[in-house]
Design a protein around this ligand. Structure first.
Ligand code: ADP
Ligand code: MG
Length: 740
């Protein structure tokens, strides 16, 4: 019989077998099966009259509102398709500000005039539904406005079928807005920011002399995650409550051997990844790569990039699928940014660029002078946006989990800077010195080496892994995004920042053109201005170097280390106006979002502190006192046998027992420390809870409660290293991270 439930879990895990899904090893053609559970082009064409099909296609392509006239026909076609697939229910699937997706299922069930049961799905039901908004975070929007909230189909994102254990549901990707049209979700701002960027970018392209119908931001989100065995997970109340371990001693072997990254994938994990991918292919999610990450038990999957709103929905599906499939394999998925102290945390690198209706990547240096010019304009607009709105980009990635990651020597720091690589920096320096500025001078850009940039720089740029915002050949990689994030939000800020910069550059170019300067010369001059202006935000060095913190301060870059100070950026200076001007959020919506995020931060830390309290009282203390009892009993018995009484209170008369008495003393002292630190944490919590002002309260949790938790933890970890292994009830790092 195993000594405790932890030992039992280990036995259970050792007996685990790799999950083999019946039929999965038979031949499978991705291309044939891809998107089979989505109502895609083929299904639409198949099920709709051609006029409705054409209209719907336009709606989907442009992300426009669905024409009411065809809504019933589309809904009917969708229902027919869904029923054939075996669906019984439908739901509007949306992204409230909880960090998760939400869904409320309705059966297709209805009754006809004779009271006979039929399956019905109307255009109205497809377009709009009315979930009770009052149970979702709104940051006060409800009290000022309306309790009612609506979800409305986002026709640009494909409808899909979600397979449950005992049935299927038709899911309709939707936005979530209040009665008065205020955004209550994360998707609405994203769609609005895409529209703003579209307008600004098209205008710029047209000014540069090309026609342009549409520009979309493109996005590929690399998803990092941890997997541990479900049996261990169940025994860690901290993982269950907070998503991260709140205590746990460092294992002898962590990631120092660097043997996990790109290492061969264990069979049990590979089986899991394969099943995830199979599910995601059905949903039309283009997952492409899989590999081990740096930390033990850490992995990554990355998709092929897509239009940002589709990529955002797909990333939600990736996270959900990773979670649901994990259970089938007796694995627990950890999406937290820092589930384990002392080993790397998880991020979600957001690869971002812009593409026009011809499919031209606007951040691709191109091969001709005019392509180069366009590239430079969009590159500098991006840098300008990142420079000017660095604080807001930091705010957009501010969640409690990311604070453990940003600034540690594994993830980009909290200072937002951009990396370009040696070659591109060289080109910008040359332009700064006046190259390419004469009339017709943009021809020279080819000579500067722009034309052959992609191949060379792709190799080079990948080497700076320390930058939070790095140019990687033909796109930027925003690396500071948290692994658990709904990417709609950071991408909204990025889109808006770049749109703002494009508008500014557009005005500056036009001003020169009005004075009879040629467009190309004017554009090059404005590029040069932007090169000078963005100097502070460009950083090619090691972002982990402590000297960078000082240097960044000199350059005037914000260093917002903790979430509460980062979030404050949302309401600072002209930030609310910036969002309002971009059409992304009203000033009221910005304020509401600030509150939702602060509240979320506070609740996160409250949950963590309570969970730690409980864990120490019910697991660590009992284990420590049992250990103390064993030690003291053993000493007493040994002394009786050796004839050296009264050792515990006075000095031992038998010297050989002294080290054991020292151990006992250390154990007793640690237990005393535990009590003291528990009390200190309780005090800090109480003080924080009593603060009425939300921003101040958040600061108190960051500055007082979290450090108190850290101190308590270090006593626990010291004890874990000395208490009898058989008495320790919580799965240890060395087990959770390595036993699969
Ligand atoms: P790297 O090795 O530099 O990270 P990869 O080619 O592996 O580059 O791409 C990483 C991610 O970037 C993938 O999800 C990929 O689809 C995405 N990506 C590539 N090009 C673009 C682009 N133009 N816009 C957005 N994402 C892109
Ligand atoms: Mg990458």
């Amino acid at each position: 019989m195993p000594a405790n439930s932890r030992a039992q879990a280990i036995q259970e895990i050792r007996a685990r077998e790799v999950r083999i899904v019946p039929g999965m090893s038979s031949p499978y053609r991705v291309a044939e099966r891809y998107g089979e559970n989505t109502f895609g082009l083929d299904a639409m064409r198949d099920k709709l009259p051609s006029s409705a099909f054409k209209k719907l296609q336009r709606t989907v392509k442009r992300g426009e509102k669905l024409d009411r006239a065809i809504a019933d026909a589309v809904a009917h076609a969708m229902k027919e398709w869904a029923l054939e697939k075996g669906a019984t229910h439908f739901c509007h699937w949306f992204q409230p500000q909880t960090g998760l997706t939400a869904e409320k299922h309705d059966a297709f069930l209805s009754f006809d005039d004779q009271g006979k049961a039929i399956e019905r799905f109307s255009g109205g039901q497809l377009i709009q539904s009315e979930p009770d908004a009052s149970s979702f975070p709104s940051g006060g929007m409800r009290s000022t406005f309306e309790a009612r909230g609506y979800t409305a189909w986002d026709a640009s994102s494909p409808v899909f079928i979600m397979e449950g254990p005992n049935g299927k549901t038709l899911c309709i990707p939707s936005v979530f807005i209040s009665y008065h049209g205020h955004a209550l979700d994360l998707k609405t701002p994203l769609l609005r920011s895409m529209e703003t960027l579209n307008k600004s970018a098209c205008r710029m392209i047209e000014l540069l002399g090309r026609s342009c119908e549409r520009v979309v931001p493109t996005l590929g989100a690399e998803q990092e995650y941890f997997l541990i065995d479900q049996a261990f997970y169940t025994l860690r109340p901290d993982l269950i409550a907070a998503g991260r371990t709140l205590l746990g001693a460092k294992p002898a072997k962590g990631q120092q051997l660097e043997d996990h990254y790109f290492g061969s994938i264990k069979a049990r994990i590979l089986a899991y990844m394969q099943e995830c991918e199979r599910e995601l292919f059905k949903l039309g999610v283009p997952v492409k790569t899989r590999h081990n990450e740096v930390a033990p038990a850490q992995y990554e999957t990355a998709p092929i990039f897509e239009e940002a709103n589709i990529a955002a929905d797909h990333n939600q599906l990736v996270m959900e699928t990773l979670r649901s499939v994990a259970r089938r394999h007796h694995l627990a998925l950890l999406l937290h940014e820092k589930p384990f102290a002392g080993v790397n945390g998880s991020g979600k690198h957001n690869n971002w660029s812009m593409s026009d209706d011809q499919g031209t990547n606007l951040l691709d240096p191109g091969k001709t002078p005019s392509q180069n010019l366009q590239f430079l304009v969009f590159l500098l607009a991006t840098l300008k946006g990142v420079h000017r709105r660095a604080g807001l980009l930091r705010a957009a990635i501010a969640v409690s989990g990311n604070d453990h990651r940003l600034g540690a020597n594994e993830a980009p720091p909290a200072i937002i800077s951009a990396f370009l690589g040696e070659q591109l920096t060289g080109i910008l320096n040359a332009i700064e010195k006046g190259k390419g500025l004469e009339e017709g001078g943009e021809e020279r850009l080819i000579e500067l080496g722009l034309g052959k940039l992609p191949e060379v720089s792709r190799d080079y740029t990948d080497r700076n892994r320390t930058s939070p915002f790095a140019f990687t050949g033909n796109k930027f990689e925003f690396r500071a995004v948290p692994s658990s994030a709904v990417i709609s939000w950071p991408v909204s800020v990025l889109n808006s920042a770049v749109a703002e910069a494009l508008d500014e550059m557009h005005a500056a170019i036009q001003k020169r053109v009005a004075k009879k300067v040629s467009v190309t010369k004017a554009a090059m001059e404005v590029v040069r201005e932007a090169i000078l202006e963005t100097k502070p935000v460009r950083f090619e060095g090691n972002n982990y170097d402590p000297a960078w913190v000082k240097e960044a301060a000199k350059r005037g870059l914000p260093n917002l280390r903790k979430a509460p100070e980062a979030l404050a950026e949302l309401v600072k200076d002209d930030a609310p106006k910036f969002f309002a001007k971009a059409g992304v959020m009203t000033e009221g919506e910005v304020e509401a979002r600030y509150h939702v995020n602060l509240e979320r931060y506070i609740k996160d830390i409250q949950i963590e502190a309570d969970a730690l309290h409980n864990l120490v009282r019910t697991s660590v203390l009992p284990a420590a006192t049992s250990h103390q009892r064993t030690l003291s009993k053993s000493i007493t018995e040994a002394q009786a046998a050796l004839g050296a009484p009264k050792a515990i209170n006075g000095p031992t008369q038998n010297k050989t027992l002294q080290p054991q008495v020292d151990d006992l003393k250390a154990c007793a002292e640690a237990i005393g420390d535990l009590h003291a630190k528990l009390a200190a944490l309780g005090k800090a919590q109480e003080a924080a809870e009593g603060i009425g002002d939300l921003p101040k309260q958040a600061r108190a949790y960051a500055d007082e409660v979290l450090p108190a938790m850290g101190e308590l933890r270090s006593v626990c970890d010291r004890l874990e290293e000395t208490v009898d292994d058989a008495l320790w009830p919580l799965p240890k790092y060395r087990e959770m991270l390595f036993l699969i």
